[in-house]
Write a protein that binds this ligand. Structure first.
Ligand code: 5RP
Length: 295
């Protein structure tokens, strides 16, 4: 292992040069993967725009019933037409999402903590690869805790899921967790996202930060960005705009959609930013128009 003290700080991300190894495929870092992996990735990332709107409603896996997600069976059918991918637990999917959905599926496969714990960083792989195959999951989501007490076990979980994923051509989505005590700097996100990609994830979910373009450039797989805690709709659309402008391949948004007063309209506005290049301002005007039509 390299001597930590002797390492130079990375600084040249060549922001003016696009990723050099796209081949003839639309997903960053996936040019050399096999057909099955590419098929799943194409259900996640639109082959025309290369981007994705993922809708995360897996919060119940450690939060139980959450504001806005009290009734998955009622909210999901309203949002499903406007998003590309549903990110959920197997329980949420099997009980409340019709199997006829045309959305891709990001299946959360780790769990082990709850809101009752102070330290949320200890999880296990709770869903086996056989069940991911049975559910036709397009990727398996694994929570990782870089710099936290649970780092080692979460990277062990991640590696096991990636190994199984390669056996059956199912991509792994590594989720960068940010705990109370954990850093939220570009230095941290550069470290965490790059580690996950180098460990073999095909997609990484992370957060927006300063110098976000550097984080994107340093990570050889697509980044999708969590929305985080609920913001006013115009600010959430600015977040979506900034992450796309910064080079993210999409959003994986939860609360800023399902806790909006108008979740379906919000999902449609986010879609305009991600797939159609709307500015945040235009997307907010569009959102207001949709809401006013409804009233
Ligand atoms: C937890 C997750 C959640 O799915 C994600 O954070 C939810 O999205 P949001 O922050 O937008 O509510 O991955 O680590």
């Amino acid at each position: 292992m390299a001597d930590k003290d002797g390492l130079k700080v990375a600084k040249n991300y060549h922001l003016d040069e696009p990723f050099a190894n796209m081949g003839d495929f639309h997903v960053k870092g996936a040019a050399s993967l096999d057909w099955g992996m590419k098929k799943h990735l194409s259900r996640i990332f639109d082959p025309i725009t290369g981007k994705t709107v993922m809708f995360a409603f897996d919060h119940g896996y450690f939060m139980g019933s959450t504001s806005g997600l009290e009734r998955l069976d009622l909210i999901i059918p309203k949002l499903e037409p406007y998003v590309d991918v549903l990110m959920a637990t197997r329980g949420g999917l099997r009980t409340c999402v019709p199997a006829s959905t045309r959305c891709g599926v990001a299946l959360r496969v780790t769990s082990g903590s709850s809101m009752m714990n102070d330290d949320l960083s200890h999880e296990v792989v709770a869903v086996g690869i056989e069940d991911a195959i049975r559910m036709n999951a397009d990727c398996m989501a694994v929570q990782t805790f870089i710099g936290a007490d649970g780092q080692l076990s979460s990277l062990d979980n991640l590696s096991k899921v990636i190994n199984d994923g390669f056996k059956y051509s199912i991509p792994t989505l590594g989720v960068v967790a940010v705990g109370k005590e954990m850093e939220r700097t570009d230095r941290f996100f550069k470290l965490a996202t790059r580690m996950l990609a180098e460990l073999g994830c095909q997609i990484v979910k992370t957060y927006y930060c300063d110098n976000f373009e550097d984080v994107v450039a340093a990570c050889p797989v697509p980044l999708v960005i969590a929305g985080g805690k609920k913001l006013p709709e115009d600010e959430a659309l600015t977040l979506a705009y900034n992450v796309i402008k910064g080079g993210a391949a999409g959003v994986d948004m939860g609360r800023n959609i399902f806790q909006s007063e108008h979740p379906a309209e919000m999902a449609q506005a986010v879609r305009k930013v991600v797939h159609e290049g709307f500015t945040d301002k235009d997307a907010y005007d569009y959102y207001r128009e949709l809401v006013d039509k409804e009233i």
